[in-house]
Design a binder for this molecule. Structure first.
Ligand code: SAH
Ligand code: SF4
Length: 344
């Protein structure tokens, strides 16, 4: 925006530095710009600001869920997950002097995909977020915790509300902003998709991109169609073919998420089917098993704890590395699939 004011290019850099790394909330705080230029900007109607956290819910496990205000009065949900115990010595000494945390970022308000087990789906799609609103969630949370990029280790997961690949351009613009202006490396970012094939194909060609996670959630088309209607548009075979086109970087692995729904997709034969599917993919990969998080009005059951372990072991027996994801912030409705702008 500064080109119109006939000032040298480094002034633009100073402005983005103040915004994205200095967390400036008004033009007055951008003290690297001369006062006279700030006044001219204000007179021309320009303003700078950060999205505001209007509500915070804190879980017993340290997870925080935020409602962040958008300009039109809507709220966006964002989750902060400190990695937890590793930093604490348990000997009365202070916690680690740096953060190791993951921020879960939303890409849309609501979601159009309509997965049957997901609370966000109940909202329908309200609207897309802009690139500024997507990146702004991260900047607001970094400011709240006074995070120092470089010292602290921050991971981003685009796994909040919405389907990132149905808001592709804004999502990728936000990624570039976060890499270039905020300074978070794309190797510390993961985007999860329900399987939007054209999005995956575009993503495969991106020079700068996060790691990819695919919500597989079922071992065959029959079950997947039932729980994820999107499977009628792009079935498992189309999905896996698209995924195979994504060029992986050194040591990069694809992640397949698998939400375990009691009695629906959590049986031993399902694990064997997943094993067979993923062997055919023939790329470095892992499976993250997620125990389904309940929500009001959703008629599924949680899997039995022993079945979760058996499923994991069976995948491993099939040669597929499998991890059980610890649910975070279930008590404050911050866990996977629970984001729905609920008050409590
Ligand atoms: N829309 C994207 C990203 C957000 S959802 C996607 O679907 O991939 C992030 C993950 O949470 C997905 O793997 C999804 O399958 C999972 N999920 C949704 N609802 C859930 C619930 N109630 N319990 C556990 N996981 C859930
Ligand atoms: Fe949308 Fe993901 Fe929820 Fe499916 S699981 S409805 S794609 S947010």
């Amino acid at each position: 925006m500064l080109q119109r004011f006939s000032v040298p290019a480094y002034r633009s850099r100073q402005l983005s530095e103040a915004l994205y790394r200095g967390w400036a909330e008004s033009l007055d705080e951008v003290t690297t710009l001369p006062k006279e230029l700030r006044e001219r900007l204000a007179e021309a109607g320009y303003a700078v600001g950060l999205p505001r956290i209007v509500e915070t819910f804190t879980s017993v496990d340290g997870t925080e869920r935020y409602l962040i205000a958008a300009a039109d009065g809507q709220t966006v949900e964002t989750v902060w997950m400190p990695e937890g115990d590793e930093g604490e010595n348990g000997d009365g000494s202070e916690a680690a002097a740096y953060f190791d945390a993951t921020i879960c970022v939303s890409s849309q308000i609501g979601c159009a995909v309509n997965c049957q087990f997901c609370l966000t789906a109940k909202l329908g799609i309200i609207r897309d977020l802009t690139a500024g609103e997507i990146a702004g969630q991260v900047v607001a949370v970094l400011k709240r915790h006074m995070v120092q990029i470089g010292r602290d280790r921050i991971n981003l997961v685009f796994m909040g509300m919405g389907e990132p690949f149905l808001n592709y351009d804004a999502f990728m613009d936000a990624v570039r902003l976060l890499v270039e202006e905020v300074g978070i490396p794309e190797s510390r970012m993961t985007v999860s998709t329900s399987g939007i094939v054209p999005g995956i194909e575009r993503f495969a060609a991106e020079p700068v991109r996060p790691k990819l996670a695919i919500s597989l959630n079922a071992s065959n088309n029959q079950v997947r169609e039932q729980i994820m209607p999107i499977n009628r548009k792009w079935d498992i075979e189309r999905l896996l073919r698209a995924v195979q086109q994504v060029p992986l970087r050194a040591r990069e692995k694809l992640t397949f998420e698998y939400v375990l729904l009691g009695g629906v997709n959590d049986q031993i034969q399902h694990a064997d089917e997943v094993g067979a599917l993923l062997r055919r993919v023939n790329r470095p990969l892992k499976v993250n098993l997620i125990v389904w998080n309940p929500g009001p009005g959703i008629r599924y059951d949680m899997p039995q704890p022993h079945q979760v372990i058996e499923f994991q072991n069976r995948l491993k027996l099939n040669g597929v590395p499998a991890y059980i994801r610890r649910p975070r912030g279930r008590d404050i409705y911050a866990a996977c699939g629970q984001l729905k702008r609920t008050g409590g």
